[in-house]
Design a protein around this ligand. Structure first.
Ligand code: AHN
Ligand code: ZN
Length: 329
């Protein structure tokens, strides 16, 4: 009697186990694509390597050399690389050699997602508390290098394991050449920012370029950064905002990706939305407690150096981007 009972119990258990195993397997094939693990140490290194060139101000030797470094990195990570060169005119009438650097993965696929960040740095620290620094260039560890560093690590992961869709990584030039505060201009200066992305949006690197959506990363490495749902992103690409914030929540990152509305930011996603007509969101630091700036108190100051960069922030943003793109079918 005891034996029979034991046997029956065992029988039921194993039956239940195999049913459970079957259910697990079904769930696995249905739901979970393998999403690679983002490596924040590697992203941090890519941020530092850019900063080590010095300020990447358009027209400078450091800008030239860093551009070569970025194109070589994308190439080494298996992308098809395009260098889109253009002479662009700044607010001051100076014409500068601009270079958008593009890495395409799975270039023949029609199903594409665009990931972007600006790689140039601001020639003027016009937010610096010391007026004597206003005409000096910034290092742009956060404002410039952080987004690019995250995307280089994404590129490395794309080479190791291909997602189901095609990806284009674009490093835009001359985002940060916008009219400085010390300039005496009376005109609306919003068009003096984002010159590289304006150019690309009018003349994409390939004919009839399209993508399902875009994600712009800007200032994504600061210690204690938070990301709020930015206004232009909600206006043109609310479903993408929702998708990204949901992915972050699934990863337990709701402390970084806060479910609140931020302000409107004039950034590279504006021409991508308005000129290229690709719905594109901006993941951009919005610091609600910032005393000097909602982009962090070091924004456009000489303090935007490696000291402000936190691997945890790079990790939160990088893992969220991977979660989104590997779940696209
Ligand atoms: C302005 O607020 C004018 N621009 C925000 C975009 C920006 C500047 N990103 C980095 N630097
Ligand atoms: Zn800037």
């Amino acid at each position: 009697m005891m034996l029979a009972c034991a046997a029956m119990t065992l029988g039921c258990l194993s039956c239940a186990n195999s049913k459970k195993a079957q259910a697990d397997e079904t769930a696995a094939t249905e739901a979970s694509v393998q999403v690679p693990a983002f490596n924040a140490d590697s992203a941090y290194l890519y941020v530092k390597q850019q900063v080590d060139f010095g300020p990447r101000t358009p027209g400078s030797e450091a800008h030239d050399r860093c551009g070569d470094y970025l194109a070589a990195k994308l190439e080494a990570f298996g992308a098809k690389v395009y260098n889109q060169r253009a002479d662009l005119t700044g607010y001051d009438g100076r014409t500068l050699k601009a270079r958008n650097i593009i890495g395409a993965y799975n270039p023949d696929s029609k199903r594409r997602v665009l990931l972007c960040a600006h790689w140039d740095t601001r020639p003027w620290a016009d937010n610096d508390p010391d007026k004597a620094n206003h005409r000096k260039p910034i290092l742009g560890a956060n404002d410039g290098a952080s987004g690019v560093g995250v995307l280089l690590e994404v590129a490395r992961q794309l080479q190791r394991q291909a997602p189901a869709i095609g990806i284009d990584i674009i490093f835009f030039d001359m985002e940060d050449y916008g009219t400085p505060q010390f300039a005496e201009t009376l005109t609306d200066d919003s068009d003096t920012w984002c010159l590289g992305s304006q150019y690309w949006s009018r003349a994409p690197h390939v004919k009839d370029y399209n993508a399902r959506f875009g994600i712009l990363l800007d200032m994504v490495g600061g210690r204690g950064a938070t990301f709020l749902k930015e206004g232009v992103s909600l206006q043109y690409a609310e479903p993408v905002v929702k998708k990204v914030w949901r992915a972050a929540k699934k990863l337990g990152l709701e402390n970084y990706f806060v479910d609140e509305h931020g302000g409107y930011v004039n950034d590279d996603h504006v021409p991508v939305n308005e000129i290229a007509r690709i719905p594109c969101i901006d993941i951009v630091n919005c610091d609600l407690n910032g005393e000097l700036s909602s982009f962090g108190d070091f924004w456009h100051t000489l303090d935007d150096n490696m000291d402000v960069i936190d691997r945890n922030t790079l990790q939160a943003v990088g893992q969220t981007v991977l979660q989104v793109i590997y779940n696209e079918k």
